[in-house]
Structures are given as structure tokens and as C-alpha cells.
Design a protein around this ligand. Structure first.
Ligand SMILES: *Cc1c(COP(=O)(O)O)cnc(C)c1O
Length: 369
């Protein structure tokens, strides 16, 4: 690296910061291995494509691209409020849930404060905690799930935020309503609890908590985050939302980019909520296909972690790296979990039946099964 570069890093104290590593793009694998037909099961994208109603709304909005978007996202927040049965003042929208995680960290953290997260969880929490020079406290997993008791035990007077990824990425597990109730009774008022529910729509378990009830009841230290990227098939438009008391959201609004949610995203966000048919098909496909994949891997003798999401962890043991590489050569991209401290696993997105069958055949081929 250039001399002035390392000097800058030293000055900012961010030399420890690991950049986020996204799923390998299809085009990169096509280039690298000279393949044409490549499928990506690495970023939990929707195999049904985007919501058709959202695509139509984007097309209709194109002639207005010379205008700045509405900085308040008035219509989008109103539509979300109706959809979620809360008030528009209880909603913030952002440039993906990622953007809202960044805003939350900017608004609530500084040097000397602490953040509690679980080991093997979503890495974006770690990144912005470090950016804000706050201290990151990680609690261990329990049976591949988030351990809420360990998280409360880890809180101190300096704790400002706790991120509960539910279902958890990359393990696909949930914390239950009973666990959340006990947790919320113990969490002190000076800690803001952020429930990241990026996969909310795909959960099948009756034990999953309805955390939005805390917001509806006016609780002051809870935020729920969700996204259009997964169930609505709109990862490319970058749109997420947070639900919390207006006084919890006010600091997020102070640090927000003036036009963080672009004009096309606002139009798509309103239309996607009306596309109940697309949402229904997505949920049905996800639940059916994750059962199919789980069975297929168990039949081949591989352990899987039961998932409530559109991805699952599959244990390949010490061969995980080799399987990842072998799949890539066969045009199937999955996600290694070394960065998540689960090196024996690969995280595999649940695709369409055709994609899932191709994946299973490729695994058999790689391992000569
Ligand atoms: C995908 C994902 C997000 C990011 O959502 P965007 O709206 O695309 O930024 C946030 N949290 C978790 C747990 C995710 O898996």
C-alpha cells in the first residue's frame, strides 16, 4: 500500500477493520472459470426475481429521475405504516437495512460505549461499531443459536446497543418468544435493543416472537429492522426500514444522508407492499425448497442446521473449502463461513427447485459421491 495510505489508516485507528466480504458475483465466476451458466446461492437473493408490481412502479417512475426524491419518503412511510399497523412517525427508511444499521451506530455510539452482538452473526454490526470507535462485545453461540442470557450478562453501564439477528444470519436459527420476553424484562433502559428481522416473512415456527408489539406498546428501547432485499426480491434497489418510537428514530434522522432512499426505491417500496401474491409465492417456495434441500443433504449424510430463512448451514467438515472451490468450478456459488467463525460449514441460499437440484448434483460430483 502507498505510504500515505497506511499513514491515514494509522491516524484513523481503523487498521483493525475487516471490510465486508459479499457473495462472489456471477460475472466474476464466469470470467475466472470461463463458464457461461453460473448460479449464485451465496447472498440469500430471491430466486423468483423481483416483485413484478415493484418493477412496474420503477418503470413508471423513470421519467421523474431529474427530480430529487422526497427526503422524508412520505408515501413510502405511510404505506409501510398501513402494512405494519403502526404510525408513520414510528418508521424510518434507509439505504438498505445496512444503511439503517450504519445510521443507528452513528446516532448512538462513540468512543467509550459498548455494543453487544453474538458470535457468528451479521458482520455489518461489527463494522459500524468499529467505525464509531465503540467497543464490540461478542457472546458465544448456544446450539448454533443466539444466547440471549449471555447477551444480558455481557451488558455494562457503557452498553448502548445490542443487535439480535432473528432469524440469525448465517445460522438460520431463531430466538423464541419466551426467550425474548425474559430478555426484555432484564434489559436495562439505557440499552437500545435492535431486532434485525431481515428474514421475518420466511419464518414458519410458531415460537417466533412478534417484536413489533413492543413498539406498538410504546416501549422506548426497542427497534425492529426489516428489508425489501429478501422476501420482496429487491436487493438491488437497496431499501430497508426500521420501526421504533419516534424519539428512538429522531437521532437516526439527524445523521441520515439527505436523500438516502432514492426515487426508484421509494416507488418500488410502495408497490411491493401491494404485491401480496408475490410475497405469498416467495414464502411458499422458500419453505418448500428449504425442506427439499435439508432432506437432500441429510440423504447424502451431511449435517444441516434447521433454518427459518432462505439459506442454511451445511457441515462439510474439513472439506468445506474444497467443496466451495469445486462448486465454483461447476458454476455454483455458495458462501464460505470462515469469516463467521464456522469454518466447517458452507452457507447455501435456498434457490428454485432447478437450482437446488443442480447444486446437489454438483456436490455429489465434487465429492465423488
Ligand atoms: C441481508 C441482511 C441485511 C441487509 O439488508 P439490506 O436491506 O439489503 O441492507 C440485514 N440483516 C441481515 C441479517 C441480513 O441477512
Amino acid at each position: 500500500m502507498a505510504k500515505h495510505g497506511s499513514c491515514l489508516e494509522h491516524q484513523t485507528g481503523l487498521d483493525q477493520l475487516e471490510p465486508y466480504v459479499p457473495g462472489t458475483p456471477i460475472e466474476e465466476v464466469q470470467r475466472k472459470y470461463g463458464l457461461e451458466d453460473v448460479i449464485k446461492l451465496a447472498s440469500n437473493e430471491n430466486p423468483l426475481g423481483p416483485s413484478p408490481r415493484a418493477v412496474e412502479a420503477i418503470r413508471d417512475a423513470l421519467p421523474r429521475l431529474n427530480f430529487y426524491p422526497d427526503g422524508q419518503s412520505y408515501y413510502l412511510r405511510r404505506a409501510l405504516a398501513g402494512f405494519l399497523e403502526v404510525e408513520p412517525e414510528q418508521i424510518a427508511v434507509g439505504n438498505g437495512a445496512d444503511g439503517l444499521i450504519m445510521q443507528t451506530c452513528m446516532a448512538y455510539l462513540c468512543e467509550g460505549t459498548e455494543v453487544v452482538v453474538s458470535a457468528s452473526s451479521f458482520p455489518v454490526y461489527d463494522i459500524y461499531t468499529h467505525v464509531m470507535r465503540a467497543r464490540l462485545v461478542k457472546t458465544p453461540l448456544k446450539d448454533y443459536g443466539i444466547d440471549l442470557e449471555a447477551m444480558t450478562d455481557a451488558m455494562t453501564p457503557e452498553t448502548r446497543l445490542v443487535f439480535v439477528c432473528n432469524p440469525n444470519n448465517p445460522t438460520g436459527t431463531i430466538v423464541t418468544a419466551d426467550e425474548v420476553t425474559a430478555f426484555m424484562e432484564r434489559v436495562p433502559d439505557h440499552v437500545l435493543v435492535v431486532f434485525d428481522e431481515a428474514y421475518y416473512e420466511m419464518v414458519e415456527s410458531d415460537a417466533y416472537p412478534e417484536t413489533l408489539e413492543y413498539v406498538r406498546q410504546g416501549r422506548g428501547n426497542v427497534m425492529v429492522m426489516r428489508t425489501y432485499s429478501k422476501a420482496f426480491g429487491l436487493a438491488g434497489i437497496r431499501l430497508g426500514y426500521a420501526i421504533a418510537a419516534p424519539e428512538v428514530l429522531a437521532p437516526l434522522n439527524r445523521v441520515k444522508e439527505p436523500f438516502a432512499v432514492n426515487l426508484l426505491a421509494q416507488a418500488a417500496g410502495v408497490a411491493a407492499l401491494e404485491d401480496r401474491e408475490f410475497l405469498r409465492r416467495t414464502v411458499e417456495t422458500t419453505q418448500r425448497e428449504r425442506r427439499f434441500l435439508r432432506q437432500a443433504f441429510e440423504d447424502l449424510g451431511f449435517e444441516t442446521i434447521p433454518s427459518e430463512t432462505n439459506f442454511m448451514l451445511v457441515r462439510f467438515g474439513p472439506d468445506a473449502d474444497q467443496v466451495h472451490e469445486g462448486l465454483m468450478r461447476r458454476g455454483v456459488i455458495v458462501r464460505p463461513c470462515t469469516g463467521y467463525a464456522l469454518p466447517e460449514f458452507l452457507r447455501i441460499t435456498v434457490g428454485s427447485r432447478e437450482q437446488n437440484e443442480r447444486l446437489v448434483l454438483a456436490v455429489e460430483d465434487v465429492l465423488c459421491l
